[in-house]
Structure formats: structure tokens, C-alpha cells
Design a protein. Structure first.
Length: 496
């Protein structure tokens, strides 16, 4: 039977209009919000299959000295969401931050599962909440939303009846009215109660919230994943707009993807000429801004690229202590042991000159020198006791370092060698232009075969190279073994 695995993520949100907040702002500056997503599978006859899942994020906004909050917004130096703000980036609809199991704020995974043609459906019920002190409607919402399966099952049956591929990109099951959940007391100081944004006022003056629900079958999920909005395939924008009295209006961006093919490349914001990753989890790029003696350095903070110092570089490596080793355009080698300190610690100029540099998890640092030799240029290992470079027999143009400190190199005709650290080299299969190692000795390389985006990408399987879809010109491998690449247009991607 035809089936596919789909992933639904919450990529981010935008504040079209902030809510009418407590005037004293006891909860923090302007808005503080959290997101909930309930997922539930149903058979096509509307019967639920299992209890479903419920995700709740931490509060995002002004951290306000409160533990567990996530800084978001521009209302103060500590955050706080106001009209015009977006989270986690200025383009919240576009996921540029890698997904991770430990992520609990956007972008995060809301549901992943397999749907079969003619089989089950899954419902997704997202909500975004304004957090305020006082009476909390959240527990009432939790109880009510878990009691809506009968109503939702009826909607599922109606949606999937006579379903055929090629209909709407996604199906709105209709808002499931959760009567009596929201009870709000008016105050001259503003509205001071946690409540879902999208709360409306009924004719009798009471407030209510209608929980929206999306329904996906295999057929509708395939169409939705292939449909682009705002330049993003599978994007599902959702609007949560309050009654004018309450003022709030937030846009929440979900995305559905067909991940049946396994890992894929996630494009990241920014532009780069080179990229490196270290055993501490740091990932840095060079590019975007020209500075004296090279390109500006930037480090990934989980949401975007942040400038590092004023030093320019042509290549950079990160060691097990988080120290950055750089080479500038003149070949000078620097060690930046205090790049994160304040005031900044001046970089240390090291002896010698180099064209490429790499570091291993055991602390070993290797460079490709500037002295021409057969195969490329001289190969050197840093000798910490003597504070100098020890020459190792051989010639190469690129180097990577395994966890035990032994090198892999690529010479000037693309031949790949694996060394023992003493000058003995073994020829490895294949040809490459770039090579990188990370994680538990996970080796990746950029091949010599031209493809769109640069050259072919490969991963070492222990005896040979497995091709990976895509093209790139630079590559790094992080501590998880995931590859980060830069293509020939400077676009940065992470394998996930």
C-alpha cells in the first residue's frame, strides 16, 4: 500500500497586533506568549486511535527575571513582544534554524508520522496564548480539548468523504467550539488573564475561543507538502485574531513536509565563503563582510549568525576547548583563545604560515603550509610544548582531523590519504576537493564531479563513499556527525 512519512513543524510567529495587556505589565513588557499543539490520529470513520499528543512551549517574551522563559521581542533589552515583532527570526515562516530533539520553542517538531493512501487521518490543533498573571484558562482548555474527539471525529468523516488527490492543499476541519473555556473579567488596567489569542465576543457579551483544527490524510498531506506559500513548500499560515476589544492578532506558521526520503538539506540564513564546526558544538562561517585580511567571522547561536571579533580570516578551525585557530589572507596563523571574553583578549600570532587548518577532538591541530612540495604543500602538526609546527612527510591542499588526532588529507589532484600521524599514509578510495570530520569520526567530503551547487557530496561508510544528494564547495561536520555545507552561490545548508 502506498504510504509516506510526513513531518509538521511550527516554524515561528509574527505579531500583527499585540494584545491589550495588563497596564502595569506585571508579567513583563508588552506580550508574553506560549504555544500549544495537540495532534490526534483518527480512522476515516472518525474514531480516534490512541490518546493523542499535547505539546506546550515555555513562555516567550520578556524574561523579566523569571526562570524558564525564552527571550523574544523588542519591547526591552530583556524582550517583550510588540506589534511588528517576529520570532525566532525576521522571516518566521521560513525555517532557518535546524530542528533538534531538545528544542521546545519555534522552530520545533509538532508531529511526525506515516499516513497511508486511503488510511488514517491526523488532526493538528495549534493555539497561541497570551500569558498573564491571574485566573488561568489553560487547564480548562486542556480538559475541553481532550473532550472534543466526538465533534472532531464528525468533522474528519465529513472531510475525507469521497476524498480524491488534487483537492485543497490542506483541509480545515472547522473550528471546534470550546464553549465556556474562556472567562475574562474586564479591568480598567487592561486584560490580565492567560487566554488563547483568537478569543472572540459572543452576542451576549461573553468571550469564547474556537479552537481551529487541521485535518490531513495521505492524499491531502501530499498536496499540502508540494504547495508553496511565501516561497516555502508546505507552509501553513494560520491567523489568530482577537475581538477588537482584546486587540491581539498573531500569525502562526506551520509547515508540512514529506520526509519519506530520509534526511534532507535545510537552507540557513546568511552567506558564507567557508564553514567550520568544532567538537564543543560551535559552528562558524566566514563571509558576508570583508574586513582587513579576510572575511568577517560569524558563529551560529541556534537562531542566526552572530559576528565574532574584528579579525579577518580566510580559514578557521575550532578545537576541543572552543579556541578558534585562524589563517588570514596573508597566511598568518592566529589563536583566539579569548574570542568570547570581555574585554576581548587579543589574538596570539603563531609562527609559520598556512593555507588550510583543522582541529581534532583530542586537541590536535594540523595545517597545510605554504611551502610547495609534491602533492601540494607541506603538512604540519602543532607541537604545544615547543610552541611550533612539526613537519610531517607528505604534501596536500586540504586537511581534516579524526577524533584521535590523526589526519585525512586531499592532495592537489584530489587523491585522499589517511595518515597515522607519523608520516605514513594510506590511499583511500575516491577523489575529493574538500574533506571534514566530526562526531564519532563521521567523515564527509566534497567530490570532484560537477553538479548544480558545486560538486558532489559524499559520506564515508567505512569502505567507500556514499553519495548524498546536493552540491557544495565547502563542508564541515558538527559534533553530531551532521554535515553543514556552502554551495557555489554562498548559501549555507545543514543536513537534517
Amino acid at each position: 500500500m502506498t504510504q509516506a512519512t510526513f513531518r509538521i513543524t511550527v516554524n515561528g510567529f509574527h505579531v500583527e497586533a499585540e494584545t491589550w495587556d495588563d497596564a502595569l505589565e506585571l508579567d513583563g513588557k508588552r506580550d508574553e506568549v506560549f504555544i500549544t499543539v495537540r495532534a490526534q490520529r483518527f480512522r476515516r470513520d472518525g474514531a480516534p486511535t490512541g490518546p493523542g499528543t499535547q505539546l506546550v512551549t515555555p513562555v516567550m517574551g520578556d524574561v523579566n527575571g523569571l526562570p524558564g522563559r525564552v527571550r523574544a521581542g523588542s519591547a526591552s533589552d530583556l524582550g517583550g513582544l510588540r506589534t511588528g515583532d517576529s520570532f525566532p527570526t525576521d522571516e518566521p515562516h521560513r525555517r532557518t534554524t535546524p530542528l533538534a530533539v531538545e528544542r521546545v520553542v519555534p522552530p520545533f517538531e509538532a508531529w511526525t508520522g506515516t499516513l497511508q493512501e486511503g488510511g488514517d487521518a491526523v488532526t493538528i490543533q495549534p493555539a497561541i496564548w497570551e500569558w498573564d498573571p491571574g485566573q488561568n484558562t489553560f487547564q480548562g482548555w486542556l480538559s475541553a480539548i481532550t473532550a472534543t474527539n466526538d465533534k472532531l471525529g464528525d468533522r474528519v468523516r465529513a472531510v475525507v468523504k469521497d476524498l480524491a488527490p488534487g483537492k485543497e492543499a490542506f483541509y480545515d476541519a472547522g473550528s471546534i467550539v470550546l464553549d465556556g473555556i474562556v472567562q475574562i473579567t474586564e479591568s480598567i488596567l487592561g486584560m490580565s488573564k492567560s487566554r488563547p489569542i483568537g478569543t472572540t465576543r459572543a452576542a451576549d457579551g461573553t468571550f469564547q475561543y474556537e479552537q481551529p483544527a487541521l485535518v490531513f490524510t495521505y492524499e491531502s498531506a501530499k498536496v499540502a507538502a508540494a504547495t508553496s506559500q511565501l516561497g516555502v513548500a508546505g507552509l501553513l499560515p494560520m491567523s489568530f485574531q482577537d475581538d477588537p476589544y482584546l486587540r491581539g492578532h498573531y500569525l502562526l506558521y506551520l509547515q508540512i513536509e514529506d520526509v519519506s526520503g530520509g534526511p534532507h538539506w535545510l537552507p540557513l540564513a546568511g552567506y558564507a565563503n567557508d564553514i567550520t564546526a568544532g567538537p564543543t558544538g560551535e559552528v562558524w562561517v566566514l563571509g558576508g563582510t570583508r574586513v582587513p585580511n579576510g572575511w568577517g567571522m560569524q558563529r551560529w547561536d541556534g537562531r542566526g549568525w552572530q559576528p565574532v571579533g574584528l579579525l579577518g580570516a580566510a580559514h578557521v578551525a575550532l578545537d576541543v576547548s572552543g579556541v578558534a585557530w585562524t589563517i588570514d589572507e596573508s597566511g598568518r596563523i592566529f589563536r583566539l583563545s579569548g574570542w568570547s571574553a570581555w574585554p576581548p583578549v587579543p589574538p596570539a600570532l603563531l609562527p609559520g604560515a598556512a593555507r588550510h587548518i583543522a582541529a581534532g577532538r583530542n586537541g590536535a591541530v594540523w595545517v597545510i603550509g605554504t611551502n610547495a612540495v609534491p602533492g601540494g604543500y607541506g603538512i604540519y602538526r602543532w607541537d604545544e610544548p615547543h610552541q611550533n609546527w612539526a613537519n610531517i612527510a607528505g604534501g596536500a591542499v586540504r586537511v581534516a582531523v579524526a577524533a584521535d588526532g590523526t589526519p585525512w588529507v586531499v592532495n592537489d589532484i584530489g587523491v585522499i590519504f589517511r595518515g597515522d600521524g607519523t608520516g605514513a599514509w594510506g590511499v583511500m578510495p575516491g577523489r575529493a576537493r574538500e574533506i571534514a570530520i566530526g562526531g564519532a569520526d563521521v567523515v564527509w567530503c566534497i567530490g570532484t564531479n560537477p553538479v548544480p551547487g558545486g560538486y558532489g557530496i559524499y559520506r564515508w561508510n567505512g569502505t567507500g563513499w556514499d553519495p548524498v544528494p546536493g552540491g557544495a564547495v565547502r563542508i564541515a561536520v558538527d559534533r553530531t556527525g551532521a554535515a553543514w555545507v556552502v554551495n557555489d552561490g554562498g548559501t549555507i545548508f545543514r543536513r537534517e
